[in-house]
Design a protein around this ligand. Structure first.
Ligand code: ATP
Ligand code: LTN
Length: 336
C-alpha cells in the first residue's frame, strides 16, 4: 500500500437502488478522494442480510450497486472497490469485536431502534450487532477517515470506542478513524416530509428521487415536493424545511451558495424553482445513468475489477486480522 497517503474507507448496503440522498451525501464526495487518500469502498452485502432479501433480486442489486459506484465516477483501477462478502476477514474480525462490545451501547443505536420498529417481525441478532460488523469493515483497513452521511455518525462513534477499548488492552492495534461529513447534501430530506431523511425504503414513491429515475419522473417528484405557504425562496432549515431542502439539493448539484441561490430566484415562485432544481438534478444524473447501462451490459469489466480488488482487500485486511488473532492469544496453526 501507498504509505504516503492516509487511508479512507466507506461503503453502502446493497439494498434497492440508490437515492439522491446516497449520491449527494456519500457517493459524489467519494469520486475524487483517491487523489488524497488510499481508498477502499465496499458493497456491503453482508449488512444487507439484516433485512430479509429475495436471493435473485439481492444478487442483482449488489451488481447494480457496484456498477453505480463506477458509473458515478469511482475508478476501480484507482480505488479498491469490492464486495464485503468476498473478504472473509470482515466476519472473522466481527466475531472478535462482538466480544469487546456491550449490549448497552448497541441498544442505544438509533438505526437499530428505527429498523427494529420498522421490521418488528424480524428483530434479528444481526440487526443488533450491525455496528460491530461495520466497525470491523473500517478497522481492518486501518482507515483514518470514513466519509458518511450524518445518519452514520453514531456508528462511527461506536467504532472509535471499540477501537480505543481494544487498543487500551492490547496496544496500538487499530487506527482510530474520524468521520468525514461533507457539507452540501450531508442530509437530503424526504420531498414529502422534509423533517425526515430521504430514504430508499420510504413507502411514498414521491418522497424519494432514485438515481435511475428518468428526467420526467425526477421533475414530477420535485414539482410535488412539500414546501410552505409564504412563497419566498430563503434558507431557513427550521421554519422552512421544504424549501431549505430543495436549496441544499440545488446547492450540491450546482455548487452555488445559498446566497447565490436566493439571488438567482428572488421574485420567482416555488413552481419555477422546483422545476429548476428537478432539471439540474436530471442533468447531473443523466451521464451516470448512461454509463450505468453500458456497464451492466458489458459484464467482464466489472467482473475483473471485482476480482482484482477483492484480492487486494483480502491481503490488506488479513494483515490486521492476523495481528488481532495474535494479540488476543489465539493459537497460530503451525506451519509444516
Ligand atoms: P435506508 O434509507 O433504507 O435507511 P440508507 O440509504 O440510509 O438506507 P445506506 O445505503 O447504507 O443506507 O447508505 C449509504 C450512505 O448514504 C451512507 O453514508 C448514508 O449516510 C448516506 N445517506 C443515506 N441517506 C442519505 C440522505 N438522505 N442524505 C444524505 N446521505 C444519506
Ligand atoms: N452502515 C452504513 C453502510 C456501511 C458502512 C460501512 C459505511 C457498512 N459498513 C463501513 C462506512 C464504512 C450505512 O448504512 N450507510
Amino acid at each position: 500500500m501507498d504509505k504516503e497517503k492516509k487511508i479512507l474507507y466507506s461503503g453502502m448496503q446493497a439494498t434497492n437502488t440508490l437515492t439522491l440522498g446516497n449520491y449527494l451525501g456519500a457517493l459524489k464526495n467519494w469520486v475524487s478522494m483517491h487523489e488524497e487518500y488510499e481508498c477502499f469502498y465496499g458493497v456491503m452485502d453482508l449488512h444487507s442480510l439484516t433485512v430479509r432479501q429475495e436471493p435473485a433480486e439481492f444478487r442483482k442489486n449488489a451488481r447494480s450497486l457496484y456498477a453505480l459506484y463506477v458509473a458515478a465516477g469511482l475508478d476501480p483501477e484507482k480505488n479498491c472497490v469490492y464486495y464485503q462478502s468476498h473478504v472473509p476477514a470482515h466476519t472473522q474480525l466481527a466475531w472478535i469485536l462482538n466480544c469487546f462490545t456491550y449490549m448497552g451501547e448497541l441498544s442505544r443505536m438509533t438505526q437499530y431502534k428505527d429498523k427494529a420498529a420498522k421490521h418488528a417481525d424480524n428483530v434479528n441478532a444481526g440487526l443488533f450487532t450491525y455496528p460491530v460488523l461495520m466497525a470491523s469493515d473500517i478497522l481492518l483497513y486501518q482507515a483514518d477517515v470514513v466519509p458518511v452521511g450524518v445518519d452514520q455518525k453514531q456508528h462511527l462513534e461506536i467504532t472509535r470506542d471499540i477501537a480505543e477499548r481494544f487498543n487500551s488492552i492490547y496496544g496500538d492495534v487499530f487506527t482510530v478513524p474520524e468521520a468525514y461529513i461533507g457539507k452540501a447534501g450531508a442530509k437530503v430530506m424526504s420531498l414529502q416530509d422534509p423533517t425526515k431523511k430521504m430514504s430508499k425504503s420510504d413507502e411514498n414513491p414521491n418522497a424519494t428521487v432514485f438515481l435511475l429515475d428518468d428526467k420526467d419522473t425526477i421533475i414530477r417528484k420535485f414539482k410535488r415536493a412539500v414546501t410552505d405557504s409564504d412563497a419566498e425562496i430563503r434558507y431557513d432549515a427550521e421554519n422552512k424545511p421544504g424549501v431549505s431542502n430543495l436549496m441544499s439539493i440545488y446547492s450540491a448539484v450546482s455548487k452555488k451558495s445559498y446566497e447565490e441561490i436566493e439571488k438567482e430566484f428572488a421574485g420567482s415562485g416555488y413552481g419555477d424553482f422546483k422545476i429548476a432544481v428537478g432539471e439540474r438534478v436530471a442533468e447531473e444524473l443523466l451521464p451516470i445513468q448512461n454509463k450505468y447501462q453500458e456497464l451492466m451490459k458489458e459484464k467482464s469489466f466489472i467482473e475483473s475489477c471485482m476480482k482484482n480488488n477483492a484480492e487486494k482487500a483480502f491481503y490488506v485486511s488479513n494483515k490486521t486480522l492476523r495481528k488481532v488473532y495474535k494479540k488476543v492469544g489465539l493459537t497460530e496453526l503451525p506451519r509444516s
